[in-house]
Ligand binder design. Structure first.
Ligand code: NCC
Length: 279
């Protein structure tokens, strides 16, 4: 096992991991005419010029007290995850700007997330993924998704036909998983990568430079889970259980172009995007 350099790790991602939307021309999605439901432009057509500077803000409680809100909002594009709220009380630490939101399928399937009414899900680009088997059997996935979100997706597409809401092709995150496993000395869980890690890969394909906040934890690391659930203690949120967050975080740390101080004080890792690298 020979660890790759920063540049070679990034090139592995660049050469093998590009975001793809649901294969609407295959299997059940073809039969169901899913291509008619899809947004008019692909993610790369929509953001064809890409972005110079980007931020990806994790849902970690460690961001509380960081005062990073302004710094985060000064990026050209900001990605947030799942139901991460933008309420006034968190603004100073997390900012408010949101360009993209990457969510797991629970957010659409479970009505308690108020996906259809909460303004945090309006006027942004959204990506939703659902854990599918590594085998890539689309029929089986459609019949038995991890969370029952296909009907909500259809309903939402009819409600807001001009919205850019994408379903991830499971092959995207399994390709990402392959690169993670091949570059991790230990065996990792055979589960899809976390939303945070998937989002980092999406942003690397869109941005020249990406600042990732509180993925690799700062000195504010704690037992707490989310910045919006101050009472919930669960170290697995930060260290992983179902998702192999430790492997993901170590992988990202190995590509860091920023300083140690940025990690300790800000929980910030700076990565150079696909476009900024010749591979
Ligand atoms: O917790 P979650 O993730 O929504 O967080 C988004 C991403 O932020 C990073 N994170 C979060 C908390 C923390 N203390 N440290 C972190 O590094 C992770 O990279 C994470 O991916 C998910 O990945 O989709 C996840 O979603 C939740 C949950 O479904 C949503 O929050 C909606 O309630 C999962 N929790 C459960 O299913 C109970 C979580 O395992 C993964």
């Amino acid at each position: 096992y020979m660890p790759l350099s920063k540049h070679d790790l990034l090139c592995e991602l660049k050469n093998r991991v590009w975001f793809k939307t649901l294969p609407s021309t295959e299997g059940p999605f073809k039969a169901l005419n899913y291509s008619l439901l899809e947004p008019k432009n692909t993610l790369y057509q929509l953001h064809h010029d890409g972005f110079k500077t980007c931020a990806a803000v994790m849902n970690s409680a460690a961001i509380l007290g960081s005062n990073l809100g302004e710094e985060i909002d000064s990026h050209d594009a900001v990605m947030r995850f799942n139901n991460a709220p933008l309420s006034e009380e968190y603004r100073a630490d997390i900012g408010v700007k949101t360009t993209l939101r990457l969510m797991n399928s629970q957010l659409l399937a479970d009505p308690s997330f108020n996906f259809f009414t909460d303004p945090i899900y309006r006027n942004i680009t959204m990506i939703v993924w659902d854990p599918a088997a590594y085998t890539g059997d689309m029929e089986e996935w459609y019949q038995n998704p991890d969370a029952n979100f296909f009907s909500s997706y259809e309903q939402r597409r009819r409600m807001f036909p001009r919205e850019n809401l994408y379903i991830t092709d499971p092959r995207f995150y399994w390709e990402l998983w392959d690169v993670l496993q091949e570059n991790t000395e230990a065996m990792i869980h055979p589960n899809p990568p976390s939303s945070g890690f998937q989002g980092i890969a999406v942003m690397l394909s869109l941005c020249d430079q990406l600042d990732v906040y509180e993925f690799v934890p700062s000195e504010r690391i704690s037992m707490k889970c989310h910045y919006y659930e101050k009472w919930k203690l669960n170290p697995a949120c930060t260290l992983g259980w179902w998702h192999d967050l430790r492997a993901e975080k170590y992988f990202i740390l190995r590509m860091n172009q920023g300083t140690k101080d940025d990690i300790t004080k800000k929980g910030k890792v700076t990565l150079s995007g696909y476009r900024a690298n010749d591979c």
